[in-house]
Design a protein around this ligand. Structure first.
Ligand SMILES: NC(=O)c1ccc[n+]([C@@H]2O[C@H](COP(=O)([O-])OP(=O)(O)OC[C@H]3O[C@@H](n4cnc5c(N)ncnc54)[C@H](OP(=O)(O)O)[C@@H]3O)[C@@H](O)[C@H]2O)c1
Length: 250
């Protein structure tokens, strides 16, 4: 029965929605990969990118191309004329004692987390402007809202992303909606060093009011909602998807 309902909904989405094109930067891993698969399942065309890890995806709705935001001359010539949404996933979690982080480490991380997002959005802004209902998603972290030791590097640069989200949401309203998701610890390759044994996984789960760490699907569910027309009155927001960590003390 459930399968039948799923099939029915799936067909309904395909029939009623016009074909939409989404760029997912970083679709080869973790959260971006899950977003790409969810969008493809809804019948949308996904232009995903990888950097170091080309993966093979056997889904006609997902086209994967190489893209390195740290390249001086970036090229997104694999994109169509119109984009309905863009998601920027590249990020890092370098947890270190503040005194051991060199100023240049902050700059290097900023290049990936912030300048990469800026360069990419500037490259595709004209394609997004052609859409009737364009939506952009950036990623922050729970560690911006909630101060955590050893998080100065990631918090500084994700804090910039939150500021960027709000400024750009104001600048591009009502044409393009721009939102940001701030996850807590999520089970992806990026977080593997924090989750590489059962003890660490259990301790991390217990720190969260909802007593588990996040899955890529938990975060992708929010991203796909924010990309959709169901979120058409939402812009300039930072969404905590964090098992309650940033707001609850239980
Ligand atoms: N996982 C967590 O616990 C967590 C918590 C809070 C916030 N976040 C944020 O959520 C976002 C997604 O994280 P994730 O865990 O899904 O990360 P992930 O598994 O490491 O995936 C990152 C993606 O970005 C791509 N990428 C990396 N460097 C790139 C570059 N220079 N140019 C272009 N693409 C590049 C990677 O491609 P390749 O693999 O092909 O190199 C990969 O597809 C990040 O912004 C992260 O900071 C994650």
């Amino acid at each position: 029965m459930n399968k039948l309902i799923t099939l029915f909904c799936y067909k309904g989405v395909r029939k009623n929605d016009k074909m939409k094109n989404y760029l997912v930067v970083g679709a080869s891993s973790g959260i971006g990969k899950s977003i790409a698969f969810q969008l493809a399942k809804l019948g949308f065309q996904v232009f995903g990118t990888y950097n170091k890890n080309p993966i093979s995806i056997n889904d006609p709705c997902i086209k994967l191309s190489h893209y390195d935001v740290l390249n001086e001359n970036i090229s997104l010539d694999f994109l169509p004329d119109t984009l309905d949404g863009m998601v920027y996933c590249p990020g890092s979690i370098h947890l270190r004692n503040f005194e051991r982080i060199k100023p240049e480490d902050f700059v290097k991380d900023y290049q990936l987390q912030v300048i990469g997002a800026i360069k990419t959005l500037q490259s595709v802004i004209n394609l997004l402007k052609k859409s009737q209902e364009a939506s952009v998603i950036f990623f922050s972290t729970v560690a911006v809202q909630l101060g955590m030791p050893f998080h100065s590097l990631v918090s500084t640069n994700k804090g910039a992303i939150e500021g960027l989200t709000k400024a750009l949401a104001a600048e591009y309203a009502p044409k393009i909606r721009i939102n940001c998701i701030a996850p807590s610890l999520t089970d992806t390759p990026l977080a593997s060093s924090l989750l590489n044994n059962e003890q660490k996984r259990e301790a991390s789960a217990q720190r969260h009011p909802l007593k588990r760490i996040g899955t890529p699907e938990d975060i992708a569910n929010m991203a796909v909602f924010l990309l959709s027309e169901n979120a058409s009155w939402i812009t300039g927001q930072i969404f905590s998807v964090d098992g309650g960590l940033s707001t609850l003390k239980i």
